[in-house]
Design a protein around this ligand. Structure first.
Ligand code: IMP
Ligand code: MG
Length: 196
């Protein structure tokens, strides 16, 4: 990363070796904040008079969810679900394991699944099928990022923050080997950690 202030910072939060692999900033804090505010306004309009349940998919969506919830001017509730992600493979297999299920009953609830990034879309496709079977009044998706041209399944995404190029990215909740979730912007990661 060329900015000396940012490289010193990424070194503190991820160590020298990993920080060297942080490439260009794709989305700045400011850009993310602005877009999350717009998504919040859109959701507030669409769900006026309702009390949507935001379901974050852990762990990557925790930062986005926290900011999004505060941009929605409705009596929202939150719940969390954890699913196994890539594991040891570079790409999603579509075989998803639920590591932590929801605490709330979804019957008649307006559910908004909050995701960090949609790559193949297989994780989401599984989740949607799973949640639909729980008698929710509606299930929509709000994804911060969608990687262009990678989706293997045609999933309808009602709310999308940004479409991004194929680069692997970290920050704002997204990690490589568990690190860089606390990076406030979204940056390209040029190392191989995610392919192990
Ligand atoms: P999908 O099933 O292929 O759509 O995979 C989506 C999941 O993979 C996301 O929820 C992330 O946890 C993870 N993922 C995909 N791309 C990235 C990335 O660039 N950085 C960090 N995690 C990613
Ligand atoms: Mg995830």
């Amino acid at each position: 990363m060329s900015d000396p202030y940012i490289s010193a910072y990424t070194e503190r939060i991820g160590g020298r070796a990993a920080a060297d692999k942080i490439g260009r900033v794709l989305l700045s804090e400011q850009q993310i904040r602005q877009r999350v505010k717009e998504l919040g306004e859109e959701i507030s309009r669409d769900y006026a008079g309702k009390q949507p349940l935001l379901v974050a998919v852990l762990r990557g969506a925790f930062v986005f969810m926290a900011d999004l919830a505060r941009e929605i001017e409705l009596p929202v509730e939150v719940d969390f679900m954890a699913v196994s992600s890539y594991g040891h493979a570079k790409t999603s297999s579509g075989v998803v394991r639920i590591l932590k299920d929801l605490d709330e009953d979804l019957t008649d609830r307006h559910v908004i699944v909050v995701e960090d990034i949609i790559d193949s879309g297989l994780t989401l496709s599984y989740l949607r099928r799973n949640l639909r079977n729980r008698e929710a009044a509606s299930v929509e998706v709000c994804a911060l990022l969608v990687r262009e041209g990678r989706q293997k399944v045609d999933e309808e995404l009602k709310y999308v923050g940004f479409e991004i190029p194929p680069d692997f990215v970290v920050g704002y909740g997204l990690d490589v080997s568990g690190k860089f979730r606390n990076l406030p912007c979204i940056a390209e990661y040029t190392g191989a950690g995610h392919e192990e």
